[in-house]
Unconditional design. Structure first.
Ligand code: UD1
Length: 328
C-alpha cells in the first residue's frame, strides 16, 4: 500500500515512517521542515517538502496514495494559549485543506495524531474513550475539532479514519535509527535529557504540592515505537473493517515527575540538577489511560513503555548528540 506521512520528518512522524517502511509500505513523507528535520528522513522513503496550507501541492502529494498519517501540527500547550491564531491556522485551516485535498485525490484512510488533551481535567481515572471531552487548552481544542471534521468527512465522503489519542509520547527508536533531536523541547523527558547532557543547566519541576504520593504530577508515558505500532495496527483495522475508530494509546502506568527524574539520574549516571518551580497553569495532578479498547480492537500491546526503556532509548539519542559517552 502507498502511504503519505504528513509531518513524517518530526519526532513521532519519523518513528511512524520507519514502522511503515519496516512493514513493506511504499512511504512518502510530506513535511514543511518547520520542526521536522532532514536527518529524520530515510533513503527508502520519498520526500516532498510542502506545507499542508498549500492545497495544490498537498493534493498532488495525495494522488496515488491510499492512506495518510496526519501528524503535522503545532503541539506546545503553553504557546497555544498565547498564540491561538497560529494554532487555528495550522491545525484547523490545515485540516480543512487536508480533508478537501484527500477527498479530491480519492484517499481512503487517514490516521490522525490526536491527544489526551481532548479530555481536559479528568473526571475519573484511568481515562477511557467514554470520558467526557472538555479541553483545557487551545491545543487540545484544535485536536478535538479535527476529530469532528474527520467524523463529518467519514459520513459525507467515506474517508475512514483512526483518531489516536496519544498520552505522553516519549523515548527514541529502540534500534537507534532515529537521531534528530527536537529543537527547544518543552516536554519533561527531553528537558531532563538536555539537562543530563549539559545542553541546559537544570530541570525546573513544575510543582511539588499536588495530591500525589510525592507531590509531583503523574503522567502516562508511552514509547514512540509503541505509538508507531499503534498506527500500523489502526490502519489495518479501518481498512479491514471499513470502519473508523477513536482510541487511546497509553501505557496504563503512571509515573511522577520525581520518579522520571530519579530513573533518569540512575540510567544516565548524571546528577541532573533540578529546582522546584511553581505549578504550570493547566496541569492536572494525574493523567493515566485506559488502553483497553486499543488492546481489544487492534491487538495493540505496548512493549517498550517501562520508564527504564523510555529513558535508556532517549539517553542513547541525547548522549550521542551531546558528544558524551553513553554509559549503557
Ligand atoms: C501535554 C498534553 C499532551 C500533549 C503534550 C504535547 C495535556 C493535559 N497534555 O502533555 O496531550 O500531547 O503536552 O506537548 O494537555 N514538567 C516539569 N518540568 C518541565 C516540563 C514538564 O515539571 O520542564 C512536568 C509537567 O508539569 C507535567 C509533566 O512534567 O506534570 C509532563 O509534562 P509535559 O511533558 O509537558 O506533558 P503534558 O503537559 O503532560
Amino acid at each position: 500500500m502507498n502511504i503519505l506521512i504528513i509531518g513524517g520528518a518530526g519526532y513521532i512522524g519519523s518513528h511512524v515512517a520507519r514502522e511503515f517502511l519496516d512493514r513493506g509500505y511504499k512511504v512518502t513523507v510530506f513535511d514543511n521542515l518547520s520542526s521536522g528535520l532532514r536527518e529524520n528522513l530515510f533513503p527508502e522513503a520519498s520526500f516532498i517538502h510542502g506545507d499542508i496550507l498549500l492545497y495544490q501541492k498537498l493534493k498532488e502529494a495525495m494522488e496515488g496514495q491510499e492512506a495518510a498519517v496526519y501528524l503535522a501540527a503545532f503541539k506546545a500547550v503553553g504557546e497555544s494559549m498565547i498564540k491561538p491564531e497560529k494554532y487555528s491556522l495550522n491545525n484547523i485551516t490545515g485540516t480543512v485543506n487536508l480533508l478537501n485535498a484527500a477527498s479530491e485525490a480519492g484517499l481512503k484512510y487517514i490516521i490522525f495524531s490526536s491527544s489526551a488533551a481532548v479530555y481536559g481535567e479528568p473526571a475519573y481515572l484511568p481515562i477511557d474513550e467514554k470520558h467526557p471531552v472538555n479541553p483545557e487548552n487551545y491545543y487540545g481544542f484544535t485536536k478535538l475539532e479535527i476529530e469532528k471534521f474527520l467524523g463529518w468527512y467519514d459520513r459525507l465522503k467515506g474517508i475512514r479514519y483512526a483518531s489516536l489519542r496519544y498520552f505522553n509520547a516519549a523515548g527514541y527508536d529502540v534500534k537507534g535509527r532515529i537521531t534528530g533531536l527536537e529543537q527547544n523541547p518543552a516536554n519533561l523527558i527531553p528537558v531532563i535529557m538536555e539537562a543530563a547532557s549539559g545542553m541546559r543547566s537544570e530541570l525546573a519541576i513544575f510543582g511539588d504540592d499536588y495530591d500525589t504520593p510525592d507531590g509531583t504530577c503523574i503522567r502516562d508515558y508511552i514509547h514512540v515505537n509503541d505509538l508507531a505500532t499503534g498506527h500500523a495496527l489502526a490502519l489495518d483495522y479501518i481498512a479491514k473493517n471499513n470502519k473508523s475508530l477513536t482510541v487511546n494509546l497509553g501505557s496504563e502506568t503512571g509515573s511522577s515527575v520525581m520518579e522520571v527524574l530519579q530513573t533518569a539520574r540512575r540510567v544516565t549516571g548524571k546528577p541532573i540538577p533540578s529546582r522546584m518551580a511553581g505549578r504550570r497553569p493547566g496541569d492536572p495532578a494525574r493523567l493515566t489511560a485506559s488502553a483497553k479498547l486499543a488492546r481489544e480492537l487492534l491487538g495493540w500491546q505496548p512493549q517498550y513503555s517501562d520508564m527504564e526503556t523510555l529513558i535508556n532509548t532517549s539517553w542513547k539519542a541525547y548522549a550521542r548528540e551531546a558528544g558524551n559517552s553513553c554509559t549503557r
